[in-house]
Design a protein. Structure first.
Lengths: 375, 332
């Protein structure tokens, strides 16, 4: 599966081989030296949990409980490694497949399914976990992240030297988004403003049916330098390396060093969404190749060999994963139909005569069907 | 105690922006050439010098980037005021405005507000080249979540820009560039809490009359007033309503007037096809059909791209075409 151009797999920062052996990297190994067994297990735990969540969500869609699901299968290391490098007060702008990031940010994962259930366009309060809503239009949120980072600068929360105050912003997006104008404008604005933002691109090799070769002729990480933004290419199936490069980028952002472009080279093991059929455009051999490079297997192999993952640990994690799956299933199935007139809620933050009038009209129209004498 | 100065529309907006910058440290102006140059129409002249380059920002030449980053700043409590250099340049930002800005409060269930103001010099009559004379307000009014307003006088320009900035909702603020240099008295003590808040949603009757109502906004209010004066010399009494806001559209003020005059002409520079006049005509027909003595007539642009400057005055709704419409509704 050695490929060229944007799918070349050379030049990747890697700290853990596909078989789970540590490799030394002079620059990035020190970024992980403080991670003890418990910290690595916490990453492993999140990876296992989000896969259980993902599997459950796919099942819920197949059973008609969700309208659509976009699985993150195969991208757990890139997402959880990077998210574990974040501070609580950092701010995240996800795309729509960052379930692993959301889990690590502490969101109630049942909230994430509201969008896909069709009961909410968002699902959670972004300010609670400093994690913005999913953005479905590709690349649009890269600009929001950059603007948010420009606000952080104006708030004086960059380069104070106080880790409790210095703040970074991360925009997650995929290989397809690198072709969007908004993503490129975000790189321009971030560069000229030296904004504390990290562009975390998960190159999962497929934008629905289009391979990354339809978005670029060179590795996506090469986009950064043209904008004056330092970039790094990382093995996105390596949770340690994903953590390390993100930690470095966040430190640069928080200290006033400006933006970073990270390309996490990974693979979308599942379909784009439950409406997609990857057998029409990619080979079983390719999928099998990447199944052998499963990011969870890689970390498990390392932890087991290092004696950091006992049978008790595994049992506890598996139980937690099962509980999470049951929780989201229960919560999702309990979600009823929103009130009809809720469609008028929050169209504007202040009174708008037309919305008020239309709400009133629809209410009366609905009421006109009520049985005489009232219910 | 009123402090009245005679100002142009451009200078009135400048004063309104200045006052917003002074009173709210979260107000940030963003746009192309708005700093040292003061904008291509000099509306922001002197503001960067007085408030610094962090608050009056010369942006990269990327309209989507300007609006997209403004959304992000607004999410963190700032009140960005974006200048789009010309009407025809807003479309690179159309996606961010209609898909993101207009819907952020809604999709977050009210958790986020994005009080972004987008100032757009619009309209024609200045002899400009292509893409510099358009009136795209209907495209924005069609999108829920946006407020769309246009002042017609220096006083409204001064107060409505302040009200737009103070509004918790995104506001598309259309500035009648052909009227930038027209002067009027401005009470500089009038702030966003005064009549200007109404200007974000309520029309104003600027001349009373009995025979015909003309509804206009932005650059065509002056045309409507001139038509009313001319008609008066011929014995016709015309009422003129300055709509001020396109979304919401204050149809109540218009229907109250039409119930008396029984005739309505709507005037705007934008093409009449699917324009604000079509919406107003439909609403008036729905709400006071039996008061009407004549069909509602619209006077505005044609279904062509904005034409070349040498013939633009035959495209724009001038005095003759407005008076012709007044005659036609009176013929019924």
């Amino acid at each position: 599966m050695t490929q060229h151009g944007p799918l070349a797999d050379d030049g990747l920062v890697q700290l853990l081989t596909p078989s789970g052996e540590r490799v030394e990297h002079p620059e990035y190994t020190p970024r992980t030296s403080h991670l003890d067994g418990a910290a690595l297990r916490a990453m492993y735990r999140d990876m296992v949990l989000v896969r259980a969540f993902d599997t459950e969500a796919t099942a819920l869609q197949r059973q008609g409980e969700l309208g659509l699901w976009a699985p993150c299968l195969g991208q757990e290391a890139a997402q959880i490694g990077s998210a574990h490098a974040l501070a609580k007060h950092d701010y995240v702008f996800p795309s729509y497949r960052e379930h692993g990031v959301l889990l690590s940010r502490g969101l109630d994962m049942a909230r994430v399914l509201r969008l896909f259930r069709g009961v909410d366009h968002g699902g959670w309060d972004p300010t609670e976990h400093n994690t913005h809503l999913y953005t479905l239009v590709i690349g649009s949120h890269a600009l929001h992240a950059t603007g948010y980072a420009m606000a952080v600068q104006r708030d004086g929360l960059v380069g104070t030297g106080d880790p409790g105050r210095d703040t970074a912003v991360v925009a997650y997006f995929g290989d397809g988004a690198t072709a969007q104008g908004d993503t490129n404008e975000a790189l321009v604005f971030a560069a000229v403003n030296n904004a504390p933002v990290v562009f975390f691109c998960q190159n999962n090799q497929w934008a629905i049916s289009e391979p990354t070769t339809h978005q670029a002729r060179v590795p996506l990480a090469q986009r950064g330098p043209g904008f004056g933004i330092p970039s790094v290419r990382v093995d996105g199936n390596d949770v340690l390396a994903s953590y390390a490069v993100t930690a470095e980028a966040l430190e640069r952002a928080r200290s006033g060093g400006g933006p970073t472009f990270i390309e996490a080279f990974t693979y979308r093991m599942g379909a784009h969404t439950t409406s997609d059929d990857p057998t029409k455009y990619r080979s079983a051999a390719e999928e099998e190749f990447w199944r052998q490079r499963d990011p969870i297997d890689r970390l498990r192999a390392y932890l087991v060999a290092a004696g950091e993952l006992t049978a008790e640990h595994t049992a506890e994690i598996d139980t937690a994963a099962q509980e999470l799956a049951e929780h989201v299933r229960r919560e999702t199935k309990a979600l009823g139909r929103p009130e009809t007139t809720s469609m008028f809620d929050h169209v504007y933050a202040s009174e708008h005569q037309l919305v008020a009038a239309e709400r009133e009209w629809l209410t009366q129209f609905e009421d006109s069907f009520a049985p005489a004498g009232g219910a | 105690m009123a402090v009245v100065e005679r100002l142009t529309v451009a200078k009135a907006i400048n004063n309104g922006l200045r006052r917003a910058l002074e009173t709210d440290p979260k107000v940030v102006l963003m746009g192309e050439d708005i700093g040292k140059l003061g904008g291509v129409f000099r509306v922001t002249e002197g503001l960067q010098k007085d408030f610094g380059a962090e608050r009056v920002v010369d942006s990269p030449l990327a309209e989507s980037g300007i609006v997209g980053t403004a959304i992000g700043m607004a999410m963190r409590g700032y009140r960005p005021v974006c200048e789009i250099q010309f009407d025809g340049f807003v479309f690179p930002a159309f996606d961010q405005i209609t898909t993101q800005l207009a819907k952020m409060h809604y999709r977050s269930g009210g958790a986020l507000t994005v009080p972004v103001v987008i100032r757009i010099p619009y309209g024609g009559g200045i002899g400009a080249v292509e893409h510099h004379s358009e009136s795209p307000e209907a495209l924005f009014a069609h999108t829920a979540g946006l407020r769309v307003v246009s002042p017609a006088t220096p006083q409204d320009a001064y107060t409505m820009i302040q009200a737009a900035i103070a509004s918790p909702d995104p506001v598309i603020f259309f500035e009648p560039k052909g009227r930038y240099w027209e002067k009027g008295d401005v009470d500089l003590t009038a702030g966003p809490d005064d009549d200007a808040v109404a200007g974000l949603g309520l029309a104003r009757t600027v001349r009373t009359g009995q025979d015909v109502t003309i509804a206009a906004y932005g650059p065509t209010v002056a045309t409507a007033l001139k038509a009313a004066e001319t008609a008066a010399t011929e014995g016709t009494s015309v009422e003129v309503i300055d709509l001020r806001s396109i979304s919401p559209l204050d149809s109540a003020t218009v229907t109250a007037s039409v119930r008396r005059t029984r005739r309505l002409v709507v005037v705007h520079e934008a093409p009449v096809f699917f324009g604000a006049g079509a919406e107003l005509a439909a609403r008036v027909t729905e709400e006071c059909f039996y008061h009407l003595e004549a069909p509602v007539l619209r006077v505005g642009g044609f279904h062509t791209p904005y034409p070349v400057a040498k013939i633009e005055h035959d495209y724009l709704p001038g005095l003759d075409r407005v008076l012709d419409a007044v005659d036609r509704v009176l013929a019924h």
